[in-house]
Design a protein around this ligand. Structure first.
Ligand code: TYM
Length: 326
């Protein structure tokens, strides 16, 4: 069975972009892959965090993993900082990376724009991400499009190390969905939907109540020509809503275009509200059931143990190949 690894940062406001780009794939893959899903808390501290809130967000993401359908009987679910191998391998990979390639990462460029100096962790963030992936001999990494450049860097690092020390790493492939890979902000479809945007109506969070979902969708930016058609370049707002509708309802975009021929944006949006509420309500209900349960803690503890077992084997090989330790 091929091995899958992916992670989500515990920063609150997990939204339908995260769901449609990543989490939905996590669930689909677990029947015929060996899946490892991580809550990447060490990535979260690349920007300032309130310790209490961070702890809560770790458990929120863990509960959301289960609420969307990740099955701990099939998949390993754990918290990154519970497995020391991530930090250990990250250092080894840091020593195989170049400042030039890290400076070219667009996410780093965006986050450090107009700042005289940026936190080092923000700069080396993609190396830690590569360590996450390579630590588990991962074959497939399901992610949204915004992580493409980081996956490429991970592949480059693995290939570079293998060139020097053959057989050290498995070179992984990214897995991107066609329609969910880049969900845009509802208030500005030129930007991707993000957890940190100030306007809460720019996103639909997985735990939003129906009234909030309705408000955000009805307010979503469209255009003035009134035709429901996928045209990302000229009609980015309605194209984004079509993508969301298509993935949530598992209906091809072409069928939706036919269904809404001659109809207005108002009708389309009303139906999208219904589809979204129907998709998110069971997730919210399941989340409430498990978020404060002892079961959640047990799953994370068991998950860390299983992950650590795999990680130790990889680190043993890595240290041997690099000549580290006794
Ligand atoms: P994060 O926490 O920002 O996002 C989690 C996942 O959601 C995807 N995503 C989106 N997909 C579609 N449309 C959007 N608007 C959208 N916004 C986010 C992301 O691509 C991601 O798959 N660096 C990663 C976390 C990470 C990781 C890893 C992922 C750390 N180590 C190892 C895979 C493998 C991140 O910040 O994701």
């Amino acid at each position: 069975m091929k091995r899958v690894f992916s992670g989500v940062q515990p920063t609150g406001n997990i939204h339908i972009g995260n769901y449609l780009g990543a989490l939905k794939q996590f669930v689909e893959l677990q029947d015929d892959h060996q899946c490892i899903y991580c809550i990447v808390d060490m990535h979260a501290i690349t920007v300032p965090q309130d310790p209490k809130a961070l702890k809560e967000h770790i458990l929120d993401v863990a509960a959301l993993y289960l609420a969307v359908g990740i099955d701990p009987e099939k998949s390993i679910v754990f918290v990154q900082s519970d497995v020391p191998g991530h930090a250990e391998l990250s250092w080894v990979l840091t020593c195989s990376s170049y400042t030039g390639e890290l400076s070219r990462m667009t996410q780093f460029k965006d986050k450090s724009k107009n700042k005289e100096s940026a936190p080092t962790g923000l700069f080396t963030y993609p190396v830690l991400m590569a360590a996450d992936i390579l630590l588990y001999d991962t074959d497939v990494v399901p992610v949204g499009n915004d992580q493409k450049q980081h996956i490429e860097l991970c592949r480059d690092l693995a290939t570079r190390v293998n060139g020097k020390y053959p057989g050290t790493f498995v070179v992984p492939d990214g897995r991107f969905l066609k329609e969910g890979a880049r969900i845009m902000a509802l208030d500005d479809p030129s930007k991707k939907m993000s957890k940190s945007a100030e306007n809460i109506h720019s996103r639909i969070s997985l735990l939003d109540e129906p009234s909030k979902i309705k408000k955000s969708i009805m307010k979503a930016t469209t255009d003035s020509d009134g035709v429901i058609r996928l045209d990302t370049e000229n009609k980015p707002g309605i194209s984004n809503l079509l993508n969301i509708y298509s993935v949530l309802s598992e209906t091809p975009v072409a069928d939706l275009e036919k269904k809404y021929e001659g109809k207005g944006y108002g009708d389309f949006k009303k139906d999208l509200v219904e589809v979204t509420v129907d998709a998110l309500t069971p997730i919210r209900e399941r989340f409430e059931e498990i978020r404060h349960s002892e079961e959640l803690m047990t799953i994370l503890r068991d998950g860390a143990e299983k992950a650590d077992e795999i990680a130790r084997k990889t680190m043993k090989r890595v240290k041997e190949n690099f000549g580290l330790g006794l």
